[in-house]
Write a protein that binds this ligand. Structure first.
Ligand SMILES: Cc1cc2nc3c(=O)[nH]c(=O)nc-3n(C[C@H](O)[C@H](O)[C@H](O)COP(=O)(O)O)c2cc1C
Length: 392
């Protein structure tokens, strides 16, 4: 987002406002979802706060049919990625989420919990000292300072069979708690360089067992997690999966086998009991490989029968509408667009226009307290608080 966008609402965008019926009896009021966004604003012991309930409720009040939460850690072994990240590892954490869920539901929104195991990218975990991943491979890049990290990542230990079983069980039990808290579903975080993606990625997975080597083996952990989550939650609960090529510590990574890998990965996931597939790229409409060819969302849609949720710079309404109109996706999720305007859908409908994303809301720490402070300062500086500037 570089310049404020004041385009009026075009009739073409009407498609974004049609309901979407997912399997298992869940209907979304429209095709607009809030993308999962870590805000490191929970209590130290991982409970969601009233401030988080306000934050999530605002998206539903603003017209988003679906809210996907930030990545929630799934066990008290090696899953937690960030200090002040919320969890779903005990009854207190589960009960804290109930308020968030109820507030979103009160506005007619639906809410899905994203379940995340950080693996080798964990940079703040009070439960364990060491990090663990598929293999002892030093992660690329550096820890994220806006999540309170500093310096290079730590060298992870390779997970044992027991560690893997514990991680799978963590996803299953966290999903069960999400269901008990009233969530409409869970999204298994298989993307962005976290544990499941570390297993999928050849250069971070050097294992010689049934979880390493071939693409089928590298996808096995994700498949097993899906199965365990489905068994723990039964047949009437939404289970989605998020998939990406890029990683938080390696934005430009591409699958070595190009479209062939995409076909195998998406057919493999599509054969599991999932209800939607969430793809993310920097710009969702761009070719997934090279200068031409289908987008990642389009490839997903080609190979799975369930609805595809596309993510990536779709705060441009014409692009959001385009991926829908070209049938590359069934619904779209917005990250920065939703952060800029919690009422993005209502604004699109009304033709009110959009302001540019302001990275200042995530600096120096990407939490809700900092965002509130930043907005207040800008409000004072501008006299009315309505201007926004992208530092880029
Ligand atoms: C502050 C912030 C936190 C994020 N945290 C997560 C997360 O917890 N889980 C996840 O899958 N993606 C996370 N993302 C990625 C977003 O879901 C989304 O893919 C990204 O913002 C690109 O979408 P956009 O172009 O609409 O902003 C995060 C993004 C931002 C800006």
């Amino acid at each position: 987002m570089n310049a404020p966008d004041h385009r009026p609402n075009g009739a073409a965008q009407a498609g974004l406002f049609t309901p979407l019926r997912l399997d298992r009896g869940l209907t979304l009021a429209n095709r607009l979802a809030v993308a999962p966004m870590t805000r490191v604003s929970a209590t130290e012991d991982g409970r969601a706060t009233p401030q988080m309930a306000d934050y999530y409720a605002a998206f539903a009040a603003g017209g988003f049919g679906l809210v996907i939460t930030e990545g929630i850690y799934t066990d008290r072994a090696h899953a937690q990625g960030y200090l002040f990240q919320p969890g779903l590892t005990d009854d207190a954490q589960r009960d804290a989420w109930r308020t968030v869920v109820d507030r979103v539901h009160a506005h007619g929104g639906r809410i899905i919990a994203q379940l995340m195991h950080a693996g080798a990218l964990s940079q703040g975990n009070p439960h364990r000292g060491a990090t663990k991943g598929p293999s002892a491979v030093l992660p690329k890049g550096r820890q994220m300072t806006f999540y309170r990290g500093d310096g290079p990542y730590r060298m992870p230990e390779a997970m044992s069979d027991e560690d893997i079983a514990e991680a799978i069980e963590g996803f299953a039990q966290a999903a069960r708690r999400a269901q008990e808290a009233g969530f409409d579903g869970v999204e298994i975080h298989g993307a962005n360089g976290y544990l499941l993606d570390q297993f999928l990625t050849a250069h971070t997975n050097l294992r010689a067992d049934r979880y390493g080597g071939s693409l089928e083996n590298r996808l096995r952990l994700t498949v097993e997690v899906i199965g365990a989550v489905r068994r723990a939650t039964g047949q009437r609960f939404i289970v989605g999966v998020r998939s990406s090529q890029g990683k938080v510590n390696d934005f430009t990574h591409k699958w070595e086998g190009g479209e062939t890998d995409a076909a195998q990965i998406y057919r493999g996931l599509g054969a599991q009991p999932i209800d939607y597939l969430h793809t993310t790229e920097f710009e969702a409409w761009r070719p997934a490989f090279g200068d031409q060819g289908p987008s990642l969302a389009a490839l997903a849609r080609r190979h799975v029968a369930v609805p595809v949720l596309a993510n990536g710079s779709l705060h441009d309404p014409l692009q959001a509408d385009g991926v829908m109109a070209r049938m590359e996706a069934d619904f779209v999720s917005l990250g920065r667009g939703a952060l800029t305007h919690a009422d993005w859908p209502a604004r699109l409908r009304a033709g009110t226009g959009f302001e540019a994303f302001d990275r200042g809301v995530l600096a120096p720490i990407a939490d809700l307290a900092n965002a509130a402070r930043h907005r207040e300062e800008r409000h004072c500086a501008s006299g009315n608080g309505t201007s926004a500037q992208d530092p880029d």
